[in-house]
Design a protein around this ligand. Structure first.
Ligand code: ATP
Length: 403
């Protein structure tokens, strides 16, 4: 088993770190990549305003999630959990003990590679792991790496050293980024989910007014609340909802914002859903109490209204996007249907649903509701009363689907 160890302050993790991690996994053929934020870096002071260890670990975990390699990449708290300075030699020794047969590879950018001989116990480090070094800027070429590689190779003949070129090199440092963030910029150097995490928690001197975010910031906040694998669906729903809003003359901006936020509480636990409903006075029925995961539409609506300051129309559209209900507004129908047939969905009947969505929105809504009811019945699960009321209402009002 090949394990890559990517240590750093990650204060915060940025697109440069991600490009390096992605390439190293591919080039080295890593089975595992451990992203390890240090507690106290031996070679530099943690700057004032550094987020607490929980936030730094959470951002490292987001970095791992953004790579979309669930079996491979993970953040490790091992240095944050260890008292004192975070010496790499200790980390490698601990990993060697935990994974006796594994081949360890230490990943590092130019600045770290060029000073490696000055770290504590370089000999032990190079005995425990191979080193994979990469440039941080276009200027960091062979002429910079070769002398250091030769020097290390001569001093430590058994060392395994490889240098790789990053195709997606991003020339930025966390120091630059912290300055940009404090001045209201920096989003372009961060994966959206990490940018959103920073904004929501007011890290690095950002003091975003969450109730008045622009669209990229709202997307970032929403993505920061979910797993990365869900982002494609959220993006698809946003785009589909906007297209449907144009087709049916509803407010495009509200459709967009509802699409962006509709699943933002998808990964909360049942207890968290119930707590949010209690906090914001949303009544729960027996079915929801028994299966609180059903509540993500209601808790998502609460977040949209109370955290992100969205208007009633957006609140209602998100609130009803899972169960539907009798007598829905155009925006409510749009979000329900967009969520069902956005381009990443694939199931029997989705093409018919896509046609109907643009030719007769009520028929599309009815088809979506019918498919849901059928699915629940097939799985012998109870159907939510609001869904049955939606079905009855549409049929009473003469809507039919010829499938
Ligand atoms: P700071 O500016 O706070 O010193 P940094 O941007 O250098 O931070 P670190 O967390 O110290 O980031 O870096 C962790 C590792 O990532 C180091 O090995 C570093 O060389 C490497 N690295 C940092 N930035 C980049 C980048 N833009 N491209 C490739 N590697 C990078």
């Amino acid at each position: 088993m090949k394990i890559g160890i990517y240590g750093g302050t990650f204060n915060p993790p940025h697109l440069g770190h991600l490009a390096a991690a992605r390439t190293a996994v591919d080039v080295l053929g890593l089975d595992k990549l451990l992203i390890i934020p240090d507690a106290i870096p031996p070679h530099k002071e943690l700057p004032e305003g550094t987020p607490n260890p929980e936030h730094r670990l959470a951002m490292a975990a987001k970095m791992a999630d953004v790579l979309l390699m669930p079996e491979v990449a993970e953040a490790s708290p091992m240095e944050l959990d260890r008292a004192g300075k975070s010496y790499t030699a200790d980390t490698l020794a601990q990993l060697k003990e935990e994974h006796p047969g594994a081949e360890l590879w230490l990943l590092m950018g130019t600045d770290m590679f060029l000073t490696l001989h000055l770290w504590r116990e370089p000999e032990r480090i190079l005995e425990l792991a191979g080193v994979c070094a990469f440039g941080r800027t276009e200027q960091d070429g062979e002429e910079l790496f070769a002398p250091q590689r030769e020097h290390l190779q001569k001093a430590y003949p058994r060392a395994k050293i490889t240098t790789i070129t990053l195709p997606g090199l991003v020339d930025v440092s966390s120091t630059q980024l912290r300055e940009l963030l404090a001045r209201g910029g920096g989003g372009e150097y961060l994966p959206p989910s990490i940018y959103g995490y920073i904004l929501r928690n007011g890290l690095y001197g950002t003091c975003a007014d969450l109730k008045h975010l622009d669209i990229p910031e709202l997307r970032a906040c929403s993505y920061s609340m979910v797993m990365e694998k869900r982002v494609r669906h959220i993006r698809g729903t946003e785009e589909e909802a906007v297209r449907l809003a144009r087709r049916w003359g509803a407010g495009e901006d509200m459709a967009r914002r509802a699409g962006i936020l509709h699943d933002c509480t998808k990964y909360l636990t049942g207890g968290e859903h119930i707590a949010i409903c209690q906090r914001y006075g949303v009544p729960l029925d027996d079915l929801e109490r028994a299966a609180p995961k059903l509540l993500h539409s209601k808790t998502g609506a609460c977040m949209a209204r109370h955290i992100f300051g969205e208007p009633d129309e957006v609140y209602e559209a998100i609130f009803w996007h899972t169960t539907a209900k009798a007598d829905m507004s155009t925006l409510e129908k749009i979000l329900y249907v967009a969520d069902y047939m956005e381009p990443n969905r694939s199931f029997d009947g989705v093409e018919r649903l896509r046609e109907l969505a643009y030719s007769d929105l009520d028929k599309a809504l009815l088809l979506g509701v019918e498919i849901t009811v059928q699915e629940m019945e097939d799985r012998k699960l109870p159907v939510h009363k609001n869904t049955l009321q939606a079905l009855a209402w549409l049929r009473e009002h003469g809507v039919t689907t010829e499938r």
